[in-house]
Design a protein around this ligand. Structure first.
Ligand code: FE2
Length: 322
């Protein structure tokens, strides 16, 4: 399996500074060992990291996420670190000051570098200079060779376990989708891909990313709805669903196909009511491409086909931040 190369060349200097990657998301959970079992079963490379868990994908150098031991409450998205280019650091600093964006205190255990600001729903956001880890090209699409007179399906006895290649996107809850959209486009430089106004919005980076790098869904407060991980085939989605059911995680949604983003999906419910998604064949929006952003009817906001949406799919289990 392949993974996207880290940014190999000088980035484009766009008219406005823009985030290029979700460098890392950090959540806290009630039980680290349950988290270790869940994410390792999902196919991630879970490592111990200074009393927390670090989530890597096998064979890829980047740390995509950390899971911290919570302090007694429900799970919580603690902060997100968004990758920016060095050339945008001073431009962002000036923009944040000009717009009067409040700074955020550096959370315990976080890297203090770059700029810390308070985003919508009081989420601490770090803008840090980092290599671009969002994909530089569409994800791989493995298809079986089709020689004559040979069955093309993998064998159940030999099919490899699913191991995601990289983080595709995160979907966050927000109390106000329009306000989040304004902030992440107007301040952080992301661009709208598609939306169902007021319900859900999908954003990409003008430096090139999947159809959504960050998306927002309407709730009463902030929180992490799901993290989404690229896999290279529809078989990998199905095999992943099966390996998670066998590991004790049969609940979720899918297989199905999204309209907005076009990806095939299986969402697996984690022990805290959020989800990890296996995603195959999501639309890709190249650097500085013009995507025809549109407002879609709510019935198109979730899926083309698949099982009925589970009752608990859009439930935010996190508490509002003060
Ligand atoms: Fe997703």
């Amino acid at each position: 399996m392949t993974h996207p190369q880290l940014e190999p060349s000088a980035p484009a200097l766009l008219p406005r500074p823009a985030v290029h990657s979700v460098d890392e998301f950090v959540l806290s959970v009630p039980d680290l060992e349950r988290a270790r079992h869940f994410y390792a079963s999902f196919g991630l490379d879970v490592r111990d990291d200074a009393g927390a868990l670090a989530l890597h994908t096998h064979g890829h150098p980047h740390r995509w996420a950390r899971v911290l031991q919570g302090k007694g409450g429900p799970k919580r998205l603690e902060w997100i670190s968004l990758g920016i280019y060095e050339q945008d650091l001073a431009r962002f600093a000036a923009l944040l000051q000009e717009r009067g964006i409040p700074t955020a205190a550096v959370p315990e255990g976080a890297d203090p570098s770059g700029l810390w600001l308070q985003g919508p729903d009081a989420l601490p956001i770090q803008l840090r200079v980092a290599a671009k880890v969002s994909p530089q090209a569409p994800g791989p699409r493995e298809s079986a060779p089709a020689p004559a007179n040979i069955g093309r399906a993998p064998s159940r006895s030999t099919a490899p376990a699913t191991r995601p290649l990289y983080l595709s996107h995160i979907l966050l809850f927000t109390a106000d989708v329009a306000q989040a959209l304004d902030f992440y486009t107007g301040v952080l430089g992301l661009q709208l891909s598609d939306q169902s106004a007021g319900i859900i919005a999908f954003l990409h980076t003008p430096h090139g990313s999947d159809h959504h790098l960050i998306a927002f869904a309407k709730s009463n407060a902030g929180g992490l709805h799901h993290s989404s991980w690229c896999v290279p085939s529809l078989d990998a989605v199905g095999i992943g669903a099966q390996q998670m059911a066998n590991a004790g995680y049969p609940d979720g949604w899918g297989l199905g196909r999204h309209v907005l983003g076009s990806n095939y999906f299986r969402y697996v419910r984690d022990p805290w009511g959020s989800f990890a998604e296996y995603s195959y064949d999501i639309d890709y929006i190249a650097s500085q491409a013009q995507w025809p952003a549109a407002d879609h009817p709510p019935e198109d906001s979730l899926y083309v086909w698949g099982p009925d949406v589970p009752q608990d799919f859009i439930v935010n289990h996190e508490l509002p931040r003060p």
